[in-house]
Design a protein around this ligand. Structure first.
Ligand SMILES: Cc1cc2nc3c(=O)[nH]c(=O)nc-3n(C[C@H](O)[C@H](O)[C@H](O)COP(=O)(O)O)c2cc1C
Length: 178
């Protein structure tokens, strides 16, 4: 799939998945896209755990009853950052940005390969969910799962939210409040 087509087709998918597996070759290609993302000072801080073990997936699926994609995913990618990221430039850490850049690359790769996913982030931060999944995946205590991507072949049509037009959010040369 051509890049701009993948960008145009990408959307968050919270529907059900078919029984089709996500092959390891595709999972590796998706994560390789994440590895190629930019990162602050090229520190490449994000780590990834790719989950395709049915027993582990079953345990994770049971944890998020309101999100069908989480309940039915055929694979999952957990994106991991330091719990207390080190400042690497003038007192700033870029680990969250590093992780977000990698995730966007992976969302596009997921779309290009015909799968669907959703950026799950907020849910991880409450009720100890990140730590619970981290325990299942042997994530060290000094690290935290910041984003998970439940992946599969979409079983239903899921609405793609409209985006505001260019003129409402982008300007040439000068910010325009109008
Ligand atoms: C930082 C961030 C956090 C997000 N957290 C969640 C989340 O916890 N659960 C979820 O279902 N979607 C989450 N999303 C997906 C957004 O809800 C989604 O991108 C937004 O509604 C726009 O829809 P679209 O991705 O289909 O364009 C998150 C997206 C971002 C960028």
């Amino acid at each position: 799939m051509e890049l701009f087509e993948a960008i145009g087709r990408r959307h968050s998918y919270r529907g059900g998945f078919t029984d089709s597996a996500v092959g390891r070759g595709d999972l590796q290609a998706i994560v390789e896209a994440g590895l190629k993302a930019p990162s602050g000072k090229n520190e490449q801080t994000t780590r990834f755990v790719i989950v395709d073990d049915e027993a582990v997936l079953a345990a994770i699926r049971a944890m998020h009853p309101s999100n069908k994609a989480m309940q039915q995913c055929r694979a999952m990618i957990a994106c991991i950052v330091d719990a207390e990221p080190e400042a690497i430039y003038e007192g700033y850490s870029f680990q969250v940005e590093d992780c977000a850049a990698a995730v966007e690359n992976m969302l596009l790769a997921v779309t290009a390969l015909g799968y669907a996913t959703v950026w799950v982030d907020g849910w991880l931060r409450v009720k100890g969910n990140a730590a619970a999944i981290g325990g299942l995946l042997a994530v060290p205590k000094a690290k935290v799962i910041r984003i998970v991507l439940p992946i599969g072949v979409p079983a239903e049509k899921y609405p793609q939210p409209k985006k505001k037009p260019f003129t409402e959010r982008a300007y040439f040369n000068k910010y325009s409040a109008g």
